[in-house]
Design a protein around this ligand. Structure first.
Ligand code: ASP
Length: 590
């Protein structure tokens, strides 16, 4: 017996008169006097079933007794609808049902299985299998499947081989926190789940498998910020005998292919911007280029004019918001000041100058700066009457970051980002090292295997902190619409240089050897020059669909506490399991 001859998104006017068999879930029913209509749904669409009280009362009663989400099979004839639904591909037809079989009943679902559901986030996660019945989420899953397939097709076509690397590896203190897995056979010892296949893919280059990729799960035990998942997926890639240009071109082409194949979007060539420029103009290493509103420094124009806040500040800079001078009231400005002072942004205050249409200027600093002086600032931005200058002052790094946030907020409030547009770019020449005041040491900005640029290589021998802070890495990020989509680098392939880098990162020789001896050992056996990149696959899915949340592109995601609410994980294990692993729990104090 077959359950269906067609699916629920398939039948059209040309099928009128045919007898068909459909199977699916009851979306909803409507009783209209003598007629009962039932929407039958499957992955492909919705088809209307119709039952007639006059011609077949028993069957009609049966249809009326169906509940939401019952699973049924219906046999009937395709008929043209008198009342057509242009919003549905199957909206011209309906099925005059002759035979109805209930394949399974359903309890009343905890939320409506419709495009717009009444279910809250937690409820939807608990019943994720029902949430996954909803069309928008199904579309996301199908998009993801297609994107993975197109990735494989493209990378295969240019000679990449998909090679799996292990999930049970060794914990290392660099990067994020590892998830650890106790070993039963080696009690007292632990595996770690990989944060990425980084060292393995480099070893594959040493092996001569010179174009590797993998669509792979990665695990990071981080406190979950807004849209992070403890397990997520990367398109992880590595190539040997390449320089930066070749890597960027290869993955720019992959990205273009993916946009074309899944969205039919032609992306123009990706601009390149160095890290320094990104930070100085956009206050971020992942600038959203869908709108301009660039940050400009004002130090030269504002310092030593008697305004102590500016005089004391290492950096004064601002953005020029077009055409809002007349729109923003004093109250709006007060609110905006409070916005920049929120702990998440952390500015001390906001200086503004509103250039009114009548030529007057309303400013918080009129006492210190003449109208002429402020007009000079406006010229510096290329602004005009009606614009508002928003100015922040303080430590350079922090202030630029705050201005970057302010810029994005203005972009959102004034709807400056075209939500249908894609603006990719490569950010290049990241710093190699990042100094941390708290722990008093350098951290790798990308990871410890990243090579310095050719020009800066020899400066790795310096000890002067300021010189080291300015070392540039041969590292790059792919950014689309302000989201970091991918990141990678040309790697160190020389044992001495790798050792030196570990030293800069505060490793003793013994620590470096015990944690990464296998990699440095491999470098002694003819390691080719190599480099690569990893794309955040979940994020790429979300950005390509102009959505913010990666969760909606993961079939079974975790919540903000890293919990799977459906299977209720993590969960305690049996005492026996603990004994077997020779583990003992320390009781909670409180
Ligand atoms: N393994 C790196 C990461 O996960 C990417 C790379 O350098 O290829 O960020």
């Amino acid at each position: 017996m077959s359950y269906r001859t067609h699916h629920c998104g398939e039948l059209r006017r040309k099928d009128v008169g045919t007898t068909v068999k459909l199977a699916g879930w009851i979306q909803k029913g409507r009783n209209l006097g003598g007629l009962t209509f039932v929407d039958l749904r499957d992955r492909y669409g919705i088809t209307q079933l119709v039952f007639n009280m006059d011609t077949n009362p028993t069957l009609c009663e049966k249809a009326r007794a169906l509940g939401r989400e019952f699973v049924v099979m219906a046999v009937g004839k395709v008929a043209e609808r008198s009342n057509k639904n242009p919003d549905r591909p199957t909206g011209d037809i309906e099925i005059e049902v002759e035979n109805l079989t209930v394949l399974n009943k359903s309890a009343v679902p905890p939320f409506t299985i419709e495009d717009e559901t009444d279910g809250g986030e937690e409820l939807r996660m608990k019943y994720r299998y029902l949430d996954l019945r909803r069309d928008p989420i199904q579309k996301n899953m199908l998009f993801r499947s297609k994107l993975a397939l197109e990735t494989r097709k493209y990378l295969d076509s240019v000679g990449f081989a998909e090679i799996e690397t292990p999930f049970l590896i060794k914990s290392t203190p660099e990067g994020a926190r590892d998830f650890v897995v106790p070993s039963r056979m080696n009690a007292g010892e632990f595996y770690a789940l990989p944060q990425s296949p980084q060292t393995f893919k480099q070893l594959l280059m040493v092996s001569g498998l010179d174009r590797y990729f993998q669509i792979v799960k990665c695990f990071r035990d981080e406190d979950l910020r807004a849209d992070r998942q403890p397990e997520f997926t990367q398109i992880d890639c590595e190539m040997a005998f390449v320089d930066r240009e070749e890597v960027l071109n290869t993955f720019e082409d992959l990205t273009k292919h993916l946009f074309k194949a899944t969205l039919d979007v032609d992306l123009a060539d990706f601009p390149r911007m160095d890290y320094q420029e990104a930070v100085e103009k956009y206050g971020s290493d992942k600038p959203d280029l869908r709108f301009d509103l660039q940050i400009k420094p004002l130090n030269e124009l504002v310092k030593n004019k008697g305004f102590v806040v500016f005089d004391k500040a290492e950096y004064v800079g601002g953005i020029c918001v077009p055409a809002q001078a007349e729109n923003w009231s004093n109250k709006d400005m007060k609110k905006l000041t409070e916005w920049v002072q929120r702990p998440q942004i952390g500015a001390a205050g906001l200086v503004y100058s509103k250039f009114q249409q009548d030529g007057s200027i309303k400013s918080t600093v009129s006492k210190f700066f003449t109208d002429d002086a402020q007009s000079e600032w406006l010229n510096h931005f290329g602004g005009e009457k009606g614009d508002v200058l928003l100015i922040l002052a303080g430590k350079k790094d922090k202030t630029l970051k705050q201005l970057g946030e302010l810029r994005l907020e203005m972009g959102r409030r004034l709807e400056l980002m075209d939500s249908s547009e894609f603006k990719p770019l490569w950010v290049v020449d990241f710093p190699l090292l990042e100094w941390d005041d708290e722990t008093e040491r350098f951290y790798a900005m990308h990871h410890p295997f990243t090579a310095p640029t050719e020009e800066d290589r020899e400066k790795m021998n310096y000890t002067d902190r300021e010189v080291l802070k300015n070392l540039r890495a041969n590292a790059y990020d792919l950014v689309i619409n302000g989201a970091e989509i991918g990141g990678g680098s040309i790697r160190i392939h020389d044992r001495q240089l790798q050792q030196q880098n570990f030293k800069l990162l505060g490793f003793t020789d013994e620590e470096a050897e015990s944690q990464f001896g296998f990699l440095m050992g491999a470098f002694e056996y003819g390691a080719p020059p190599h480099g690569g990149i990893a794309f955040g696959f979940d994020r790429l899915c979300a950005v390509m669909n102009h959505q913010n949340s990666i969760r909606d592109f993961i079939a079974f995601p975790k919540n903000n506490m890293g919990r799977d609410l459906m299977i209720d994980a993590p969960a305690p294990v049996d005492k026996e399991q603990l004994n077997e692993l020779r583990l003992k729990l320390i009781p909670k104090k409180d």
